[in-house]
Design a protein around this ligand. Structure first.
Ligand code: GLV
Length: 318
């Protein structure tokens, strides 16, 4: 049987796959397998190891005559047409759990960097613009004991709430369902979206990308936020209306935004958001801690092995 791996992984991680199957792995570590090559390789593949950079859509699935398992090295699977895969009896696996803490760390790091203008501070020094200490030079927003509003209280949302608790923040959250752990252990308060937007100093978006969350934060929602609000998105870019965000930042309707994800990735250095002072951007690195990425890759390999050998996946997308 043949397995296609669209990214480059360390040998020790793919060894269990190589021992049993013919593995075609993309060689370059900084970019994914080109689409044309993937479309060709998939024709006779039994298993696919993928990640958020690939579009696993009808076009690809139609060519996949033998495919049995799609395993993504990610918790999010909005890049995969799961319904189309199911129609073809292809199982889909993903890697929740192992990336929770690293992604919550990065979210909080971005929150702090954005609120306190850390990247701007470094840019000022690099550009030789640091002239003197001055009373209101690079002043940002306090974090300690402020109010954080978390939209999407899943595993990562809860991880961010735990970190916020350590900063004595008041925690508001909005979610499809109530989260007992957040309420009982962290005294998080459930509220509707409008109340969260109006009351929060930090609005943190962690909802998965679905048709219900598409552009869920747009003009109307930014208008409801405080002028001092800091908006953080480490979920998916498609959850936000980027044009509305651009205007909210430009008109200073909100204080700043920290973004790890974008509507279309990668963005280029000429993206309009980058022309703004009050935005901190990262190249989709929420889970990018070494141990975490190794765990994700191992788990994705295990999902693939289980699927090909007829066992239940460790984490199947249902
Ligand atoms: C990354 O964005 C993931 O979904 O794991």
């Amino acid at each position: 049987m043949k397995i296609v791996i669209t990214c480059h992984l360390p040998n020790d991680i793919i060894q269990p796959l190589e021992e049993r199957y013919d593995v075609v792995m993309w060689e370059k570590s900084s970019e994914p397998m080109p689409r044309e090559r993937l479309l060709k390789e998939i024709e006779d593949a039994d298993g696919l190891f993928t990640n958020v950079a690939d579009q696993i859509n009808e076009e690809l699935l139609e060519r996949a005559k033998k495919l049995k398992v799609i395993s993504t090295m990610a918790v999010g699977y909005d890049n995969i047409d799961v319904a189309a895969a199911k129609r073809k009896n292809i199982v889909v696996g993903h890697t929740p759990g192992v990336l929770t803490e690293a992604t919550a760390d990065l979210t909080f790091a971005l929150l702090m960097a954005t609120g306190r203008r850390i990247v701007e501070g470094m840019d000022v020094i690099r550009q030789n613009q640091w002239k003197s200490w001055a009373p209101f030079f690079l002043t940002g927003q306090e974090i300690y004991a402020k109010t954080i509003g978390i939209i999407g209280m899943g595993r990562i949302g809860l991880g961010v709430a735990k970190r916020a608790k350590g900063f004595s923040m008041d925690i508001l959250y909005h979610n499809r369902s109530r989260n007992q752990e957040a309420e009982q252990e962290l005294q998080a308060t459930y509220c509707d979206l409008d109340e969260l937007l109006t009351k929060s100093d930090y609005v943190v978006l962690l909802a998965p990308s679905t048709e219900n969350t598409y552009k869920m934060i747009g003009k109307e929602q930014f208008a409801k936020m405080k002028n001092t609000a800091v908006f953080i998105n480490t979920s998916r870019g498609t959850n936000v209306d980027e044009e509305a965000l651009y205007h909210a930042l430009k008109e200073e309707e909100i204080f700043a935004a920290g973004l790890d994800v974008f509507d279309s990735e990668p963005i280029s250095s000429t993206h309009p958001l980058l022309s703004l002072r009050n935005v901190t951007v990262l190249p989709h690195i929420g889970s990018a801690a070494i141990e975490t990425r190794e765990e994700m890759a191992r788990l994705a390999c295990q999902n693939l092995l289980n699927g090909l050998e007829g066992r239940p996946l460790v984490h199947e997308v249902k």
